[in-house]
Write a protein that binds this ligand. Structure first.
Ligand code: DAH
Length: 342
């Protein structure tokens, strides 16, 4: 029996020292120390020993048990340490590796000008209104006092959606005026930036899709003076306090009187140069006093109320603002171009 115990001791200690992982180690612990383990099997025979031998073998068995327990504990610690070390190695962070640059986008130059315009007018108490890009000819033409036979109604100018010419892609933001006025009684003070469509060939200054911002003010006693003051504020805010403007008579069907607004050329200050094509002035927008027929068509009494309106091309503002020479750059989405505005 003594031999048996010594054998168990030698065999178990060797196996435990060589255990490859914690699961294997636990299996060994059960194999040697468990209720059905080899040590228990020996101890069950203790009763068959003489009274003299029993305590000796009993003591030896206890030593063997203690030895095995100790060995299991040591091996478990060793395996756990090895496991931890491997984990640390695998999950190690190399804080010296250069970081990955996060690609940050930039606002599109058109959006910059759009946002600036909205800010300027919000500051003057305007609200932002919206209208559909697929518009009824009734709103884009008829109720804006644009007569039958006007060139803008031609199929060569406008993207019609229906054969009967009742629906088309709006060619200006002006129909938003009508949409607002038929819903909202004066005072009205709105701007409406958005896309418009015309059948133009693409070149450095033309695109079949571009952006405008409409403006409309209707109240009692609104005059051309309000129009001039408001647009001067906008242009000085956009182009700087020294900006010189000129209001020149023009014709639009939906305003009377109508005007075009020019800014003095920044390059030559009115002398005439390449930038302004010798004019000394650069046209920036159309405006005027809302035509009485347009007001009346929306149920607003032109005897009681008056208003002014304007429409400005946002690409043109942006191109002038950032000295962009070709409109196509605005739509090509070349990041080398767009990155310059970050
Ligand atoms: N809708 C005009 C255009 O596209 C611009 C315009 C002119 C708008 C005068 C207006 C205005 O509101 O009063 O050319």
């Amino acid at each position: 029996m003594k031999n048996k115990l010594e054998n168990i001791r030698a065999e178990s200690l060797k196996a435990i020292r060589e255990a490859a992982d914690l699961a294997g180690l636990d299996a060994l612990r059960v194999q040697y120390l468990g209720k059905k383990g080899s040590l228990s099997a020996v101890l069950k025979q203790l009763g068959s020993l003489s009274a003299e031998e029993r305590p000796k073998i009993g003591q030896l068995a206890n030593e063997v048990r203690a030895g095995i327990e100790e060995a299991v504990k040591e091996r478990a610690e060793a395996l756990q340490n090895a496991l931890m070390e491997r984990k640390l190695r695998e999950e190690a962070l190399d804080v010296t590796i250069p970081g990955k640059a996060v690609a940050v986008g930039a606002r599109h130059p058109l959006q910059i000008v759009w946002d600036e315009c909205v800010d300027i007018f919000i500051g003057m108490g305007f609200q932002v209104a919206e209208g559909p890009e697929i518009e009824l000819s009734e709103y884009d033409f008829d109720r804006l006092n644009i007569p039958e036979g006007h060139t803008v109604r031609e199929w060569t100018d406008t993207f019609y959606i229906t054969e009967d010419e009742k629906v088309h892609l709006r060619c200006q933001t002006s129909p938003v005026q009508v949409r607002v006025m038929e819903k909202q009684k004066p005072p009205v003070r709105i701007i409406s930036p958005g896309r418009v469509y015309r059948k133009d060939e693409i070149d450095a200054t033309h695109s079949p899709m571009f952006h405008q911002m409409e403006g409309l003010v209707v109240d009692k006693g609104i005059t051309m003076g309000d129009l001039k003051g408001t647009l001067n504020v906008m242009l000085k805010r956009l182009y700087g306090p020294d900006t010189v403007t000129r209001f020149r008579p023009h014709h639009f069907p939906f305003t009377e009187p109508s005007c075009e607004v020019d800014v003095q050329c920044f390059e030559c200050h009115g002398e005439g140069c390449r930038v302004c094509k010798g004019e000394g002035w650069i046209e920036v927008l159309g405006a005027g006093m809302v035509h009485p027929r347009v007001l009346a068509g929306c149920g607003i009494d032109p005897e009681e109320y008056s208003g002014f309106a304007f429409g400005v091309g946002l690409e043109r503002l942006a191109m002038r603002r950032f000295s962009i020479s070709d409109l196509r750059l605005m739509f090509e989405n070349d990041v080398r171009f767009l990155r310059q505005f970050s």
